[in-house]
Design a protein around this ligand. Structure first.
Ligand code: NAD
Length: 300
């Protein structure tokens, strides 16, 4: 999933504040994109072909439009073929499904991503299930979810994949560590739990119905928070010398903030991601990586 020398280059991407480390996701993502760009150049030279990413965007959701634009820009910057297919909010589900079937058969398309959320009249599960699992660069297809949980190689959801790279930049060997993941979404919490389990962590997954959240968090050597509540995690929830990964993106009057009270938590943590500039940039970089990996699998 992630080759070893990615981690080795990460130490240059870490900022130290006293003894506490602010994990610089922006720099780490830039380093990864550079490595991927070189890989695309090599693939082009070797096979006279380039990997292609196609994103389907339905409707006018403003954040989705920005995410999709950023994905296209980043894909083009590293030399991938990149295409956005846009449909209006009222589009018939069948038209989207037919397009996915067409893209599944198109050899120039290595990765297909349907930007979520979809309008209510479209069945998200049906759409995800229709994507060829080999081209499912989000890693959401049930086959890929199963592969991840059984430890087989498959596309790994981008945000948790990025989180793991950042965690391992601080602590390469996670075996035996106690990890707590806050949030159990299919997008973040569940695959993050699986990735940490695959690294031999002892993992607790906590959520909105968990009792004594603070006590659970205080046990964590590694705490990953993906909830969507600004500053939910306070400083006194954080174990001393732990690694804290904040996935949250919350728009507030004061700008974008995370799910962790950074100022407080950084007094206790050994290393912590900021918001913005932590996990966010890693998500797109890992999407590019998944697209290239999908291309490589298709030519073997
Ligand atoms: P989601 O709404 O699908 O899931 C939220 C999870 O948090 C649920 O499992 C729920 O049980 C849990 N939860 C809710 N209230 C809780 C509480 N009080 N205590 C403990 N757990 C609680 O959200 P998601 O899609 O996983 O996204 C989570 C956050 O991550 C959001 O802020 C989102 O914007 C952000 N996000 C960031 C990136 C990135 O690239 N950095 C990518 C995707 C999502």
């Amino acid at each position: 999933m992630v080759c070893r020398n990615v981690y080795e280059t990460l130490y240059s991407a870490i900022n130290f504040l006293d003894n506490m480390i602010i994990i610089n996701g922006k720099q780490t993502a830039a380093d990864l994109r550079l490595k991927l760009k070189n890989e695309v150049d090599n693939l082009k030279f070797k096979f006279s072909k380039i990997p292609g990413l196609t994103v389907i965007l339905v409707g006018e959701d403003a954040p989705s439009k920005i995410y999709v634009k950023n994905k296209e820009k980043s894909a083009k910057e590293i030399g991938l073929k990149s295409e956005i297919i846009k449909y209006p909010n009222t589009i018939d589900e069948k038209i989207v499904l037919n397009k996915i079937h067409e893209l599944n058969k198109d050899d120039s398309v290595s990765g297909i991503l349907v930007q979520l959320p979809l309008p209510k009249h479209i069945n998200t599960k049906k759409i995800i299930d229709a994507i060829n699992p080999d081209k499912d660069v989000d890693g959401f297809h049930p086959k890929n979810v199963g592969n991840l949980s059984s430890g087989h190689e498959s596309p790994v959801p981008c945000t948790p994949q990025g989180c793991l790279i950042l965690i391992k930049s601080i602590e390469p060997n996670l075996s035996g560590k106690k990890a707590v993941v806050l949030g159990r979404s299919n997008l973040n919490g569940k695959p993050m739990t699986q990735l940490l389990l695959n690294e031999n962590c002892t993992v607790t997954i906590a959520h909105s119905k968990t009792k004594n959240l603070k006590e659970e968090c205080l046990k964590a050597d590694i705490l990953v928070v993906a909830v969507g509540i600004p500053k939910l995690v306070k400083g006194d929830w954080v174990k001393k010398d732990s690694i804290v990964i904040d996935v949250g993106i919350n728009k507030t009057e004061k700008g974008i903030i995370g799910d962790v009270d950074f100022a407080q938590a950084s007094k206790f943590a050994k290393a912590i991601t900021p918001v913005p500039g932590g996990v966010g940039p890693m998500t797109i970089a890992c999407l590019l990586k998944n697209t290239i990996d999908s291309f490589k699998r298709s030519i073997v």
